[in-house]
Ligand binder design. Structure first.
Ligand code: B12
Length: 499
């Protein structure tokens, strides 16, 4: 019997605002199913309650070969809950954890009695090798890129590092694996339920070394998938009704020649869809993303680009080793406005080493963008959250952050919460300001981009936000209190409609 491999995306602490497609599991699952394994993917986030999820899970546990969970740090509580459920049902079912957290902490992960294996980094080939060994009762020591407990001495073993995979060896994604999402309907309906479209990767890795980013640790080598394969992937999606695609590459715009070949292919194959990709702000220059190329991209369907602007302070940008200048951010906002491609900027505040003057510069650059660009969205500024792995994270440890030491400790750590609560201010010793003050900054910069259906209301909201941001005055946040009050009594639905 071809026993099932069940791949699980654990839940998040807060409900996700839109449908999310667990890409890591989809890539791993597609590879296994291409190699004739019987795979199913289940996403806790698509079940109304954890009880419903467990009921479904239990009906499959008698016939599984193993269970694989995809875990980022914020998913640890749910991942532990699920692993415990499986082990209680039958302790001999192998539980494998893959994804960001076990890749950063393989040893800690397998020290937990609830996890048998941690897969480090890219999972396709490693999971295949591991599952072959589990099925055939082979030794695990020769499998690259895993961690487990050596039963002879009870000590954790981390095997040799696996080399980065060649993206051309990846089979096309098996979209039919998204069975529980499919309750929504076909892929066209699934796409509509996502925030930015169906995700796809045309490249992996990143050659930059930003000090806050996980890529400099886990995904440093940049690799691309052959353009013809990419176009085949796109064509397949479009044939099944998808009209919005989110290129989830770390660096979709890295190679101009390749970008142009993709665009040419889209034109030649007459593929009609809207797409979203992430770009660095220093690419908006002559010879790279100039107005001419941007127009061409727009015609090929480019509707939105995400830009990690991070800060309006050059000092902070240097600290982050971001390798962009403040004027690059402004230039990007100008050019995107001229072209009519929506610009989604993301910024951070509350970084180690950040002074009030730096935060002021971030607020002021957001104001500037709001004046230049009519079609912008600022995601944040978000408060910098120290997630393990990056250079900046180590700086936070130096500043006094106490790192959890076991998987259990991680599971109950406030550091994995998606927002910083004011009562936890003391846990972030590098932030020299009350978290409430940072929350106020976030609120008023958010107002800069709010659009109501009533133009007069938009003008008033923008006037207040602009005045507060110019003066950097965020005390007595009466407007925020009013907003929260209306939200509480349920007027936010109405406000959303007006936006
Ligand atoms: C998509 C995404 C999300 C999605 C959810 C993804 C999911 N799993 O369901 C959404 C938008 C919901 C999300 C939310 C958040 N995210 Co996020 N997200 C990403 C992002 C941009 C891409 C991940 C992705 O799909 N990659 C593509 C796939 C193919 O790669 P992959 O996931 O690495 O998977 C490969 C391997 O890891 C491995 N693998 C993965 N799973 C498994 C499982 C098994 C069994 C095996 C064998 C292998 C395996 O194989 C895969 C293929 O090679 C990453 C950034 C990044 N560069 O990775 C951040 C990232 C993962 N997110 C991060 C964070 C911090 C968050 C938030 C907590 C942020 C916040 N404060 O709001 C929130 C949490 C939401 C909440 N409400 O609590 C951090 C995680 C850090 C950490 N230590 O966990 C990252 C790394 C961003 C960063 N640079 O800091 N996120």
């Amino acid at each position: 019997m071809n026993r099932e491999i069940i791949l699980i995306n654990p839940g998040f602490k807060e409900k996700l605002p839109a449908l999310n497609i667990p890409m890591g599991l989809l890539y791993v699952g597609s590879y296994l199913s291409y190699h004739h394994y019987n795979v199913s993917i289940r996403d806790v986030n698509n079940f109304s309650t954890i009880k419903d999820f467990f009921m479904e899970l239990e009906s499959r546990l008698n016939r599984v070969l193993c269970a694989g969970l995809s875990v980022m740090s914020s998913q640890i509580p749910s991942a532990l809950h699920i692993s415990n459920y499986i082990k209680t049902f039958n302790p001999s079912i192998p539980v494998i954890w893959g994804g960001v957290h076990p890749s950063l902490y393989p040893e800690q992960t397998v020290k937990s009695a609830l996890v048998d294996f941690a897969v480090i980094g890219e999972g396709e080939i490693t999971a295949f090798a591991l599952i072959n060994a589990l099925k055939n009762g082979k030794d695990f020591l020769n499998i690259k890129g895993i961690a487990f407990i050596n039963k002879n001495n009870n000590k954790p073993v981390i095997t040799r590092k696996r080399e980065y995979l060649d993206m051309d060896t990846l089979p096309p994604i098996d979209w039919s694996l998204l069975t529980d999402i499919k309750r929504i309907g076909n892929m066209a309906e699934v796409e509509k339920a996502t925030a930015a479209g169906i995700p796809l990767q045309t490249s992996r890795g990143c050659p930059y070394r930003c000090t806050f980013c996980i890529n400099s640790i886990l995904k440093e080598k940049y690799r691309t998938r052959d353009v013809h394969l990419v176009l085949d992937d796109l064509e397949k999606l479009i044939t099944i009704g998808v009209r919005r695609i989110y290129f989830r590459d770390e660096l979709f715009f890295f190679n101009k020649k390749r970008l142009l070949t993709i665009v040419k292919g889209i034109e030649q194959r007459n593929l009609r869809f809207r797409w979203f990709g992430s770009v660095r702000s220093d690419y908006f220059k002559k010879g790279l993303l100039d107005p001419e190329l941007l127009q061409r991209l727009k015609q090929s369907g480019c509707a939105v680009v995400g830009i990690g602007a991070e800060s309006g302070s050059m000092r902070i940008l240097n600290l982050l080793d971001k390798r962009i200048a403040v004027r690059d951010i402004i230039r990007a906002a100008e050019l995107l406005n001229e072209t009519g491609i929506q610009a989604n900027f993301s910024f951070m505040i509350g970084l180690p080493g950040e002074e009030e003057a730096d935060m002021k510069k971030t607020v002021h650059i957001i104001q500037k963008i709001s004046r230049i660009n009519n079609n912008f969205m600022v995601l944040g500024p978000q408060i910098y959250r120290p997630y393990p792995g990056s250079q900046l994270y180590r700086l936070c440890i130096k500043e006094g952050m106490k790192e959890p030491e076991t998987l259990g400790e991680w599971g109950s750590s406030p550091y994995i919460e998606s927002d910083i609560k004011p009562k936890n201010n003391h846990l972030y010793p590098w932030i020299k300001y009350p978290v409430v003050f940072l929350h106020n900054i976030i609120f008023y910069t958010f107002l800069l981009g709010v659009k109501s259906r009533i133009p007069f209301l938009t003008t008033i909201i923008h006037m207040i936000a602009q005045a507060r941001c110019t003066l950097f005055f965020f005390k007595f946040p009466v407007e925020k209190k009013l907003y929260e009050f209306f939200k509480k009594i349920g007027i936010n639905k109405l406000l959303k409609k007006m936006r």
